[in-house]
Design a protein around this ligand. Structure first.
Ligand SMILES: Nc1nc(=O)c2c([nH]1)NC[C@@H]1CN(c3ccc(C(=O)N[C@@H](CCC(=O)O)C(=O)O)cc3)C=[N+]21
Ligand SMILES: [Mg+2]
Length: 283
């Protein structure tokens, strides 16, 4: 079976072209969207993501501030920094890169970010609105996956969508967004007794587990659409997903690669949310 490669880099760029036009429109009204990214500590993987976000901002004409804080930063200092950004007129979006050092309470940090600037969509107010289908900032990765499906002409309505993973950041909101597009949704996780029995029924399979190449061809129904949210290093140190791409690809109707699939879309959706936030200044 010949499979369609869902190219997140290309689709992301396509969306960025229309975002750039929006930024130029806003500029004529004296508005420059602004994004602040706070990075605590020295995780090298985090630095790569942050660099990609900075690049995207530059490319699009979004003002960006990168705030690097040392590993030993106290929770109190971090909360103060966030409050300063909450009241800054130049900043429309605030992203605190996760995970944070263990001595800092992540939930407290997330709840300190103003819901008006919560471009990650992680604040309980944003999550609640998302669940109710109200307008809000959607979490970037699941939102990006929905855009990938849309741009690849994958119909969601009436399909059986299986999500593996139940993180608050990806798995849980992913299932909800699919449900809102009228999919029948099943969640699988580490306590699911017979994973394959469920994934074999998936028309659309989204994998967000964090285990290199765990999904093999025996998990897949012939002709399924497979979305790989994983971001791991294989035994050679090469970036790879949760799906064994080489093993699975010929059984799929469409599949995302890693890299070049979901990752670039996550960043594009962060830009979309930042502009959505800046536009609230218009009314
Ligand atoms: N508050 C918060 N929000 C996040 O959205 C967030 C976070 N914390 N912590 C870390 C994760 C991870 N994440 C990625 C974004 C883009 C790529 C990305 O651009 N990946 C490229 C290549 C990456 C590479 O080459 O290393 C790709 O898949 O093609 C990856 C990972 C956002 N995260
Ligand atoms: Mg994320």
């Amino acid at each position: 079976m010949s499979s369609q490669l869902i190219n997140g880099k290309e689709i992301g760029q396509q969306i960025r072209v229309s975002i750039k036009e929006e930024v130029q429109q806003l500029a004529t009204k004296g508005i420059t969207p602004g994004l602040a990214v706070i990075l605590v500590g020295e995780d090298p993987a985090s630095h790569t993501y942050v660099a990609n976000k900075e690049k995207a901002c530059q490319q699009l004409g979004i003002y960006s501030e990168l705030i690097k804080l040392p590993e030993q930063t106290t929770e109190e200092q971090l909360l103060q920094q966030i409050e300063q950004l909450n009241s800054s007129a130049k900043i429309d979006g605030i992203l605190v890169q996760l995970p944070l050092p263990k001595h800092i309470n992540e939930q407290k940090v997330i709840e300190t970010i103003s819901p008006l600037k919560d471009v990650d969509g992680f604040h309980p107010v944003s999550v609640g609105k998302m669940l109710l289908g109200q307008e809000t900032f959607l979490p970037c990765t699941p939102h990006g996956v929905m855009k990938l499906l849309e741009f690849s002409n994958v119909d969601v309505a009436g399909k059986h969508a299986v999500v593996i993973g139940r993180s608050h950041i990806v798995g849980v909101p992913m299932g909800q967004l699919l449900l809102q597009k009228d999919a029948t949704v099943t969640y699988c996780h580490s306590k699911t007794p017979d994973l394959e029995a469920i994934t074999k029924q998936a028309d659309i399979l989204v994998v967000a587990v964090g285990r290199a190449k765990m999904i093999k061809s025996h998990h897949i129904k012939e002709g399924a659409v497979v979305i790989d949210v994983g971001m791991n290093r294989d035994e050679f140190g090469k970036l790879c997903g949760d799906v064994d791409f080489a093993d699975v690809v010929d059984h799929t109707a469409a599949i995302t690669p890693v890299p070049g699939g979901v990752g670039p879309m996550t960043i594009t959706m962060l830009m979309v949310n930042t502009i959505q936030s800046a536009k609230m200044k218009l009314v």
